[in-house]
Ligand binder design. Structure first.
Ligand code: AHM
Ligand code: MG
Length: 333
């Protein structure tokens, strides 16, 4: 029987990788694991809550039932607030960042940016969704309240990032800059267990993921790249397969493992695209880079961009390095 390594054991074993480690980042990652187990529990009951709750309005505790993405946002925020390692958070669900004002949190070294439930339009139809998170060391002095500048850091400054995929099984995948490791939730013991050690993406793959409905309203180079993917050529394994779930985390995770490229381009009506730089693009860029892939806006590594606002959007290309090279070449041609 293989040795079972839980997420918490793994995090604490790896703590020595950081010469400056005080255990705070380890504790923070553990908090993320706990929050995602709570969210997983709620997500797995999607569809039942309305039936089991009183009229779908209040639950047995008399609390108003919330939409799952708002609920997930609150679960993660409370976990960061209670954990005390974080001086503030920014979330897709909240217009402004939140600076925690209790003494313990103000002494926290880190800020977290997150998308609590990405792909949430898929909840109603029981399709995989995810959480994405990004962790930075704060810029403002320890002991004070978090400031906007703590959150507007380029992705290259991330100290950890990852995602949780609520799929046919629930997985937590993260990096702290020493490779990528994936943990599958073993429901019977309620623990994330190491299942995908040192994940690497193949240099090239046979999957391309794009909302084809956008092909006529985006840069023509992207349509030409999609045409190339569809052409038959045995020497390059084409035609490639089109795979698009519409849940970034799920599309990203599949492509990471099997080899592929995900593209969400700027369109005529939304030149900046749809995805948010700080809590969707940068964290997954850090993960894919640590797994041997790349991410860009078609021209520039997204992690080199200096963000100007919390909810900044950016066109997004992410995946296996050889596929990225070719897709970018079509864009630049
Ligand atoms: P969300 O954060 O509001 O859920 O939006 C992000 C999602 C991604 O998960 C997904 O890849 C994309 O939006 C799908 O968008 P579209 O339906 O336009 O293809
Ligand atoms: Mg999202």
């Amino acid at each position: 029987m293989n040795q079972l390594i839980t997420l918490d054991e793994f995090i604490f074993d790896r703590q020595a990788d950081f010469p400056y480690a005080s255990g705070d980042l380890s504790r923070l990652l553990t908090d993320i694991g706990i929050a995602s187990k709570i969210v997983n529990q709620k997500v797995s009951r999607a569809g039942l809550e309305d039936i089991l709750g009183a009229q779908g309005v209040t639950n047995v505790q008399g609390e108003e039932q919330q939409k799952l993405d708002v609920m997930a946002d609150q679960v993660f925020m409370k976990s960061f607030l209670n954990g005390g390692m974080v001086c503030g958070i920014a979330s897709e669900e909240q217009e402004d960042f939140v600076a925690f004002d209790n003494e313990r949190s103000m002494n926290g070294k880190y800020v977290v940016l997150y998308d609590p439930l990405d792909g949430s339009s898929n909840i109603d139809v029981n399709v995989s969704i995810g959480t994405i998170f990004s962790i930075y060391r704060r810029k403002s002095p320890i002991g004070t309240k978090a400031e906007l500048s703590d959150f507007l850091q380029p992705g290259s400054e991330q100290v950890a990032a990852g995602y949780v995929l609520y799929g046919s099984s629930t997985m937590l995948v993260y990096t702290t800059g020493n490779g990528v490791n994936g943990f599958t939730l073993e429901q019977s013991i309620g623990e994330f267990c190491l299942s995908h050690a040192n994940m690497k993406t193949p240099p090239a793959g046979r999957l391309y993921s794009i909302n084809e409905g956008n092909l006529l309203v985006c840069h023509p180079g992207i349509g030409k790249y999609a045409d190339w993917c569809r052409q038959t050529d045995k020497s390059t394994g084409r035609p490639y397969s089109g795979r698009y779930i519409g849940s970034l985390v799920a599309d990203f995770h599949r492509n990471l493992i099997k080899g592929g490229i995900y593209i969400y381009p700027g369109t005529n009506s939304s030149p900046e695209g749809k995805l948010r730089l700080l809590y969707e693009c940068n964290p997954l860029a850090y993960v894919i880079e640590q797994a041997g892939g790349r991410a860009s806006d078609g021209y520039t590594n997204v992690m080199e961009m200096v963000p100007e606002k919390l909810h900044q959007r950016v066109p997004y290309f992410v995946g296996s390095p050889d596929m990225m090279d070719r897709a970018e070449a079509y864009l630049n041609d």
